[in-house]
Write a protein that binds this ligand. Structure first.
Ligand code: ATP
Ligand code: MG
Length: 649
């Protein structure tokens, strides 16, 4: 392997940073040697109603996985994100909202956001939503989505944000799993100039009998587009706000009471409702936001994620607002109206920190330098990346063109389940290597194990595990603690298994190699292969399906589906198109297959597991080196698939 290039910390960056190399080392040591002392001290950054006496009470033992932090303390997340800032920075901007259409923007101060949240919190109470109730939020990237989240937090309701790009079926599944009482949505969404029928999707989702728990749908007006109205159930957001009082005392919540649920992309079938609680999560989101991005008061910070993903929760909403930051909320997409959009928004709002995903970077890179044509970009100080390993070529392009060789890049590795960033450079402390997420954050103890669970030391590759708890860690899967234990703590006893593989180099830097099983990452949206496969198999003419990702210049990965038709059904181009449309409808446009290949049979092990590595090779035309196929139940299917693939080219 060739030596990676190294970007040392520039002295002027170290000078302005919270953390330099020496303080990183000292703090890291302290955080792992004495976690109680370290986190007790860090927890002072939050405002507690009742101070905690206990810090860490955690067990990764698979017979009784139990994770509690600050358990006897009480606090309110919305108070920490709003009220406590009012005195010092009530008139500072909390949210800069940039609409899908570049001519639309809204500027919202902490005082204004506080008032709106209090009103909507009262409105929710008026709709009989109380502590512990689950509220589903299915909204575009508008300030009211943030208001809805914080209003839930204010009254102790648990929010479950569902990405606005999900189909009615996907939405219904998530509502049914958590039995939410209320759904908050908009008439329509707007992305890249196109309208998204959110309210119509909710209507359709609620025709599913499993969503019976929902008794109210609150609709916020975004486009004014025509929608169907069910007067026993639907209420306008605006009507509620008009009559709601603006005083709402924040509910005193136990540190371990749930703040939100968030469904992951579900690579293993049924999506997992990851549970995050109040105290540890908020502390961890806030501390990582400050240290990883070196956030300074008054700066404009922009994370381009959607609030439907955990990145949006921790690094658009909770982390930045807990820190009194100005957070930019972007409704649109990077290539609308054209590829200069990101640069234009940076210049327009004088963005200091940009946090985005490799897929967005690759989409800009595909246009050469057009994305930065005419851009100033001088406000930027720091860049971040998240979501998948960033390929060194994209890193380089990002560094030179967006960062103008001046801004460090923090490549942040973490997961829905981790609540916040676990492995990342700290800009003033860590020399960068393109493609490496580098070193652990305070209190995080990553390790590599072989397939038997033996720890591997030194420079090596293996399964990435975390050997002790950190405050931002998920506590459970909603309604299914056994599945939580099985998924994360059974594979390697006594450790949290991330599901990812990693390499550690001679400097102790981590390089994430991707997940150990498989999941697709299409334009930054992660999708389980199982979800697409199940949807495909649900088609009356399909017997079986297997999905693999293929390299795609813009999307990062494209979707390649092998389909076995039912006996007697003949393959045709019309059916191929029908199946593509079917997936679009069942899951959403993002899941539309790029290629469908007919498969008389699938390569399976004797125990019935599909061998994806073989399918992956065939899909890109690498017929040699398919590896050992002798363990297949029927090795002859491989040659059949190769022949069909050859004919398709
Ligand atoms: P599911 O668990 O249901 O399959 P998911 O893992 O796709 O869903 P997320 O929690 O959003 O959902 O994604 C976390 C995963 O994303 C990580 O486990 C890792 O594979 C990948 N990832 C995130 N950030 C990085 C990064 N900076 N470098 C490499 N991989 C990353
Ligand atoms: Mg995952």
């Amino acid at each position: 392997m060739c030596a990676a290039s190294l970007y040392p910390v520039r002295p002027e960056v170290a000078a302005q940073s919270f953390t330099d190399e020496a303080s990183y080392k000292a703090m890291y040591q302290q955080s792992v040697i004495n976690p109680d002392g370290f986190w007790r001290e860090q927890a002072r950054r939050l405002d507690w109603i009742k101070p905690f006496t206990k810090v860490k009470q955690t067990s990764f033992d698979d017979h009784h996985v139990d994770i509690k932090w600050f358990a006897d303390g009480t606090l309110n997340a919305s108070y920490n994100c709003l009220d406590r800032h009012l005195e010092a920075r009530g008139d500072q901007l909390a949210i800069i909202w940039e609409g899908d259409d570049p001519s639309e923007q809204r500027l919202i101060t902490y005082r204004e956001l506080h008032e709106e949240v209090c009103k909507f919190a009262n409105a929710l109470r008026g709709q009989d939503v109380h502590r512990g109730d689950v509220v589903t939020i299915y909204m575009p990237m508008i300030p009211e989505a943030v208001v809805a989240m914080l209003a839930c937090a204010r009254i102790g309701a648990i929010h479950s944000v569902v990405f606005g790009g999900f189909s009615p079926d996907a939405l219904a599944g998530r509502i049914a799993d958590c039995k939410s009482k209320v759904v908050i949505t908009t008439d329509e969404g707007l992305r890249g100039g196109k309208r998204v029928p959110l309210k119509a999707n909710v209507d359709e989702a609620l025709t599913n009998p499993d969503t019976y728990s929902v008794n109210k749908v609150i609709v916020c007006k975004r486009t004014g587009g025509g929608i169907k109205w069910h007067s026993h159930r639907d209420i306008w957001y605006e009507d509620l706000i008009k009559v709601a009082g603006s005083v709402c005392a924040p509910k005193e919540m136990g540190a371990e009471e749930p703040l939100f649920l968030l469904y992951t992309s579900g690579s293993t079938g049924k999506p997992k409702g990851v549970v995050h609680t109040t105290g540890g999560y908020l502390l961890y989101a806030s501390l990582t936001h400050e240290r990883v991005f070196d956030y300074r008061p008054g700066e404009v910070y922009w994370c381009t994620a959607d609030v439907g993903w955990v990145t949006g929760h921790s690094y658009i909403v909770y982390g930045p607002l807990a820190n009194g930051a100005t957070t930019l909320l972007f409704e649109g997409v990077p290539n609308y109206p054209d590829v200069t959009r990101i640069s234009k928004v940076i210049d327009k709002h004088k963005v200091n920190v940009l946090y985005t995903a490799p897929t967005a970077i690759r989409a800009m890179m595909a246009q050469g330098k057009a994305a930065v044509e005419g851009a100033d970009g001088s406000s930027l100080r720091l860049l971040g990346s998240v979501g998948e390993p960033i390929n060194p070529e994209a890193w380089q392009w990002y560094y030179e063109n967006i960062g103008q060789k001046r801004c460090p890049i923090v490549d942040t590795w973490w997961q829905t389940e981790t609540g916040g960033i676990l492995i990342s450079p700290l800009p003033g402390a860590t020399a960068l290597k393109p493609g490496s997420a580098t070193r652990p954050f305070f209190g995080v103890q990553p390790a590599l194990v072989d397939n038997l669970g033996n720890l591997i030391e030194g420079a090596a590759e293996g399964n990435l595990v975390i050997i002790d708890s950190w405050p931002g860690q998920a506590r459970s899967l909603y309604g299914d603690h056994d599945r939580f234990v099985d998924t994360y703590f059974k594979t390697f006893k006594g450790m949290y298994f991330t599901g990812d593989g990693a390499r550690r180099d001679e400097d102790g830097y981590y390089w994430i190699t991707g997940r150990v099983d498989d999941v697709l990452n299409v334009s930054g949206h992660r999708m389980g292969t199982a979800e697409i496969e199940s949807a495909m198999v649900a088609h009356p003419q399909v017997a079986e399906a297997a999905v693999v990702g293929i390299p795609h210049d813009i999307k990062g990965q494209g979707i390649y589906v092998y389909v076995t038709l039912n006996d007697g059904v003949s393959a045709s181009e019309a059916l191929r198109q029908e199946l593509k449309a079917w997936i679009r409808r069942e899951i959403g446009p993002i899941a539309t297959p790029d290629v469908i290949q007919w498969a008389p049979g699938l390569p399976k092990t004797r125990s019935g597991k599909i061998m994806r590595r073989i399918l992956r090779k065939i899909s890109v035309g690498e017929y040699d080196g398919l590896g050992d196929i002798s363990t297949l139940a029927d090795p002859s299917v491989v040659q059949q698939l190769v022949d069909i693939h050859r004919d398709m080219r």
